[in-house]
Design a binder for this molecule. Structure first.
Ligand code: HEC
Ligand code: HEC
Ligand code: HEC
Length: 424
């Protein structure tokens, strides 16, 4: 499993713990669109569809706000609504490379149809600007000639400004963008087609740059090249795709890793930011409100209350660079000792739950260095965290016995952060 899947699973299991709601059941009687939505979509897309569900704060990119009617994946002209098929396809196959799951194996066809109708009812765009399908000409079969022509179109339309001359950022003006919701966004790495949200066939790629991706800086190139040139361009982009790791030979894999290692060494802070996000540190080390959303400005400032039966109640620490209440005065080694050995600054040992320091300890030393380097750059947020409340010794010993001898995981529950708290 890659890091992103781990982070998504952590997010989903935390969401399930919050609500005590079980994962979908198959073969149940068809439900109304709203019932399907309330059971499966609210945690991310929010009760009123504003993209502010309980898991939203920790997801990058953020879940779509359906009320604005801005859709990334359209086969329709800019400014018009997506078609029914566009929405159905997003729901069926999910958005690759994001936390938006594929629902075709979880929901019946009727339920998918019903929830799509419900999602459409959340925005007026479907009546004010109904879908205007793009009239695509016949596709051009891929060939070395078509790919060569496509390369010149890529240069002429200046895709390289954002995607780089090699499709992975070389010489790009910038690769750090914000979407309309002020969330950070990267221009897709065109050599990793499995991360394209809307799929990686020539037709998918053609539609993305022909229609643009609403809500993001990825523009529409309508009218800037002939239809045949656009198909050539799509063939060129498809040709940039490198082999995914799972179909590489051992030699190819080691070359790729050597290159990625060199890049990580060249920019440890960026690597650290990626690891901190992928390993779900923000998920636990932030404060939550009563609606179980991360309180604005508290990312990595700690405060989530975690009750672990029968051990007691633990509040996650402030990982920002604040000198009084965060890690500002901790040495690098002190931080590394917590992450890899579970030993706090005052010598207390952490339980192996919920922070999985045992598995963090298997990370490469460069990666652990990178995490520390990145944490040093997180702007200080003053948030004093109360000390843990350990239960009395017998309960504690019984808990250890169950965990270590009987091999049972202690039950965990998460609680929002009380508005004011004082302590360590
Ligand atoms: C685990 C979180 C999560 C759950 C659960 C979830 N979504 Fe999403 N969804 C997302 C994210 C994140 C995006 C935006 C991805 C992006 O911007 O690239 C998204 C985007 C979408 C889009 C927009 C596609 C576009 O063209 O912009 C649709 C439609 C959608 N979701 C429908 C649903 C429906 C229906 C359900 C419930 C059956 C659901 N989602 C459940 C996270 C989720
Ligand atoms: C102004 C910057 C910019 C320019 C110019 C630009 N792109 Fe993009 N592109 C982006 C961003 C940002 C994304 C990521 C959007 C997202 O993840 O939601 C993206 C995403 C993509 C994707 C992935 C689609 C998917 O399904 O996720 C493809 C393919 C793509 N661009 C191709 C192109 C091509 C071809 C051109 C030139 C014709 C081009 N882009 C020009 C910024 C740009
Ligand atoms: C599943 C929840 C969870 C995740 C994920 C998690 N932590 Fe923790 N972390 C905790 C808890 C709980 C504590 C201990 C609180 C206590 O008992 O003092 C803790 C303590 C720490 C401490 C000690 C600081 C202090 O004041 O307690 C550091 C440093 C730390 N974690 C770093 C990280 C880093 C870096 C990551 C990501 C690589 C991470 N954590 C991921 C839950 C988590």
């Amino acid at each position: 499993m890659d890091l992103r899947s781990v982070a998504v699973l952590t997010a989903l299991s935390i969401a399930a713990l919050w609500t005590g709601r079980a994962i979908a059941q198959q073969g149940a009687a068809p439900r109304s669109g709203k019932a399907v939505y309330d059971a499966h979509c609210v945690e991310c897309h929010g009760e009123t569809g504003k993209g502010d569900g309980s898991a939203a704060g920790i997801l990058v990119p953020r879940p779509r706000d359906f009320t604005l009617g801005r859709y990334k994946l359209r086969s329709t002209e800019t400014g018009s609504a997506p078609s029914d098929d566009d929405i159905l396809q997003s729901v069926r196959q999910g958005l690759y490379g994001t936390s938006m799951p594929a629902w075709d194996r979880v929901l019946s066809n009727e339920e998918i149809q019903a929830v799509a109708v419900y999602v459409k009812s959340l925005s007026p765009i479907f009546s004010t600007n109904p879908p205007k399908p793009i009239a695509a000409g016949p596709s051009v079969p891929s060939s070395p000639d078509s790919i060569d022509r496509g390369k010149t179109v890529y240069e002429r339309l200046q895709c390289a400004k954002c995607h780089g001359s090699d499709g992975r950022g070389a010489g790009a003006v910038t690769n750090e963008f914000k979407d309309d919701w002020n969330q950070p966004l990267h221009a897709a790495d065109l050599t990793e087609p499995w991360t394209f949200h809307g799929g990686a066939t020539a037709r998918d790629v053609y539609l993305r740059f022909r229609a643009g991706m609403s809500g993001t800086p990825m523009p529409s190139f309508d009218g800037s090249a002939s239809d045949t040139e656009m198909w050539d361009l799509a063939n060129y982009v498809v040709s940039l795709g490198r082999k995914p790791v799972w179909s590489m030979t051992a030699d190819e894999v080691s070359q790729l890793y050597a290159r990625q290692d060199a890049e990580a060494r060249a920019n440890p802070v960026k690597r650290g930011a990626h690891l901190v996000s992928a390993l779900g540190c923000v998920l636990c080390h932030s404060s939550y409100d009563e609606q179980k959303r991360i309180r604005p400005g508290t990312q990595l400032a700690g405060g989530l209350v975690i009750r672990i039966e029968p051990f007691g109640e633990f509040v996650t620490g402030n990982l920002t660079s604040d000198k009084e209440t965060g890690l500002g005065n901790w040495s690098d080694d002190e931080i590394k000792r917590v992450i890899t050995k579970g030993i706090l600054r005052n010598g207390t040992r952490l339980l192996p739950y919920p922070m999985d320091w045992a598995s963090f300890s298997t990370m490469k030393p460069e990666d652990i260095d990178a995490i520390v380097k990145y944490l040093r750059t997180v702007p200080p947020v003053s948030n004093r965290i109360p000390p843990p409340k350990w239960k009395p010794l017998p309960a504690h010993l019984w808990g250890k016995f169950k965990m270590l001898i009987l091999g049972q995981d202690p039950p965990m529950a998460f609680f929002p952060t009380p508005a004011a708290q004082g302590g360590r």
